[in-house]
Design a protein around this ligand. Structure first.
Ligand SMILES: CC(C)(COP(=O)(O)OP(=O)(O)OC[C@H]1O[C@@H](n2cnc3c(N)ncnc32)[C@H](O)[C@@H]1OP(=O)(O)O)[C@@H](O)C(=O)NCCC(=O)NCCS
Length: 174
């Protein structure tokens, strides 16, 4: 286990997570703000990429598991993303649509934010998303991030960049 919250456990992925992850990442509605839903090959690549990241960085996207049932309901974690030309630590999240709007996304992201400030030297954590992804930027604000930038690319047209500094995080934690 990497970390836990009142309702959730975050743990590393393994290939047994394939079926649940495929259900999430191949779903059209869930992937509305991505270029396209993932096929089986892309989902296997996603798990492999994260397993490699655990080795390379000591973090990646982790499986989000509901304590009550032991079922995996999504993922949340940190990856290094190219955000407008800079390689930055990014908190990412996806929750199975059957569980949306129950506070699970922000509960997981808050735990990842705390883990990152406690276990890495980063002074700023980011989340970025397509400008249409209201659920994503609402989740970023729910964990104390503020919009710091907008930029353009060909695929997403406009992207929003949210961030929280270590200083603001400390103030938030009191
Ligand atoms: C983004 C996502 C993980 C949020 O998960 P969730 O468990 O529904 O989030 P929460 O219930 O914790 O909600 C967090 C905040 O977002 C708001 N929110 C969630 N979904 C929303 C929606 N569709 N429209 C508007 N606001 C929304 C909530 O009201 C809450 O705001 P509040 O703190 O002001 O009340 C989920 O919508 C998802 O998996 N989306 C598809 C994948 C994706 O696009 N991921 C982000 C990639 S950049």
């Amino acid at each position: 286990m990497i970390t836990e919250t009142k309702r959730l456990i975050l743990r590393e992925y393994n290939f047994e997570d394939f079926d649940t992850l495929y259900e999430i990442l191949s779903d059209k509605e869930t992937m509305e703000h991505y270029p396209k839903p993932y096929d089986e090959k892309a989902v296997r690549g996603w798990i492999q990429w994260n397993i490699e990241n655990y080795d390379k960085y000591g973090f990646g996207l982790w499986a989000v598991v509901l304590k009550e049932t032991g079922k995996m309901i999504g993922d949340c974690g940190i990856t290094i993303q190219n955000i407008d030309g800079d390689l930055l630590p990014e908190i990412g999240y996806r929750i199975h649509k059957n569980y949306w709007r129950n506070g699970f996304g922000s509960e997981a992201a808050r735990a990842v934010r705390d883990w990152a400030f406690e276990n890495t030297e980063y002074d700023r954590l980011y989340s970025y998303m397509k400008y249409t992804n209201v659920a994503s930027y609402s989740t970023a604000s729910a964990i104390g991030m503020k919009k710091v930038k907008e930029y353009h690319d060909e695929i997403n047209r406009v992207l929003y960049v949210y961030a929280i500094t270590r200083e603001d995080w400390k103030a938030l934690k009191g």
